[in-house]
Design a protein around this ligand. Structure first.
Ligand SMILES: [Mg+2]
Ligand SMILES: [Zn+2]
Length: 187
């Protein structure tokens, strides 16, 4: 099996990190709206040699709120918008299940992140997982990823709730994460 030369990867949650979140779920491309600066942050990470993968709970599928065609259309919109600013998202992993399904992929379980480890042949140590919810960080911490909280989406609430995994770094938004992370990378 050929080894992958580039193991520089950043793993992002989607809703509340890349796009504006909604308690009513993001169900259509029209509802998918980028957080200002998030796509440019992805482009900046790409330019520094990082690939970007998404790990996203999408229980709206399991709940019947939207279907795969709608999810694919959202991601086409996201990929086009990212490309327009020079960014590229290499893979989108999602969990379509609800809590009742008791799957292994729904965060805080680490199943999706484990799939990403295998697909990209990366070492969790030093690889950042960025999320706005505690379950994003818990899934990352379970496999030894570096955990990063952004304060967009549910992030403020998550910070106030405490119990963050040890050594979690906090950033205002994805733009700030990218600047902080890349600055530390060059130390
Ligand atoms: Mg989120
Ligand atoms: Zn699942």
């Amino acid at each position: 099996m050929p080894t992958n030369a580039n193991r520089k990867l950043v793993i992002l949650d989607r809703d509340g990190v890349i796009n504006v979140d909604s308690d009513a779920f993001i169900k259509s491309p029209d509802e998918w709206v980028a957080i200002p600066g998030s796509l440019e942050a992805i482009a900046r990470l790409n330019q520094a040699g990082y690939r970007v993968a998404i790990a996203s709970n999408q229980s709206g599928i399991g709940r019947g709120l939207f279907d795969m065609a709608a999810l694919n259309a959202m991601h086409e919109k996201m990929n086009r918008a990212a490309a327009a600013v020079g960014g590229r998202i290499d893979a989108v992993f999602f969990c379509p299940h609800t809590q009742e399904d008791e799957c292994e992929c729904r965060k805080p379980k680490p199943g999706m992140l484990q799939q990403i480890v295998e697909r990209f042949e990366i070492d969790p140590e030093g690889t950042p997982v960025v999320g706005d919810s505690l379950r994003d960080l818990q899934a990352g911490a379970a496999l030894g990823f570096a955990t990063h909280l952004v304060l967009t989406g549910k992030g403020q609430k998550t910070l106030a709730g405490g119990n963050l995994p040890p050594n979690t770094k906090v950033h205002a938004d994805l733009r700030t994460f990218a600047l902080d992370f890349l600055a530390a990378d060059h130390d």
